[in-house]
Design a protein around this ligand. Structure first.
Ligand SMILES: C[S@@+](CC[C@H](N)C(=O)[O-])C[C@H]1O[C@@H](n2cnc3c(N)ncnc32)[C@H](O)[C@@H]1O
Length: 227
């Protein structure tokens, strides 16, 4: 039997399951140039169910009652890509650091020269070794669903280790019960039940874990706080 190139190449899911960082980074490098334009395009699948706008709105609602705490501490954006999320929220914090494994994404983010923000090439699984401790660690773009059951809890554990006492995370994920409602339903990513994600956060050492977003949503958010 002859193998076609696609037969012999590991699938994106396998790349995440086996944490093949160079391959994952190369894939995101190829998307960097177009990333901001895609997110600005309402018809792009990234905006299905207004996932990007809803993340920012829900994040603003989380920050509001924690204004003073946020102003006194930094924020880390895990898997920051071109820095769009940090650009929106860094002013609510003392400083911001974006971490991404894609050199092209980091280059584009750095070129924006955002005040009080810096962007570092690095792996979120090594977050606490790369960054000073922060008041919040954010991640938008369903990183949990990319890394799936096998690595999700470890990712959350690393995020918790990067927090000051009383810190919190807001991370989005693909929502199992909303799956049938949308056109774009990638087979290579993990859809979670919100209760599973809350369980992962508690297992990763968070004191509280809540999920935000209605059951029919394509993407929901995890809000977890540490002691
Ligand atoms: C869906 S994009 C999200 C981009 C960004 N958060 C936004 O909202 O525009 C996922 C990003 O995570 C990055 N990424 C994937 N695995 C990573 C890891 N282990 N450490 C750091 N970044 C990672 C990718 O390079 C990519 O830029």
């Amino acid at each position: 039997m002859t193998l076609s190139p696609s037969d012999s190449q590991p699938s994106p899911r396998e790349n995440y399951e086996n944490r093949r960082m160079a391959t994952i980074a190369a894939r995101w490098d190829r998307k960097a140039e177009q990333w901001d334009r895609d997110l600005q395009d309402p018809s792009c699948h990234l905006n299905e169910d207004q996932a990007y706008r809803r993340f920012l709105d829900q994040l603003a609602a989380v920050i509001e009652p924690r204004r003073q705490f946020c102003r006194a501490h930094g924020v880390i954006d895990a898997g920051c890509a071109t820095g769009l999320v940090l650009a929106e929220i860094v002013a609510s914090f003392a400083w911001g650091i974006g971490i991404d494994i894609s050199p092209q994404m980091i280059r584009m983010a750095q070129a924006k020269h955002l005040p009080a923000a810096s962007f570092l090439l690095g792996d979120c699984f090594e977050l606490s070794a790369i960054c000073p401790k922060a008041g919040a660690v954010l991640s938008r773009g369903v990183l949990l669903s990319h890394y799936g059951h096998r690595h999700g809890e470890a990712l959350l554990h690393r995020a918790r280790s990067a927090l000051v006492p009383g810190g919190f995370i807001v991370w989005d994920f693909l929502n199992q019960s909303g799956r049938a409602n949308f056109q774009h339903t990638p087979e290579n990513k993990t859809y979670f039940d919100p209760a599973q994600v809350r369980g992962m956060a508690i297992a990763a050492g968070f004191r509280t874990a809540k999920t935000l977003g209605e059951p029919e949503r394509r993407v929901c958010l995890l809000l977890a706080e540490c002691s």
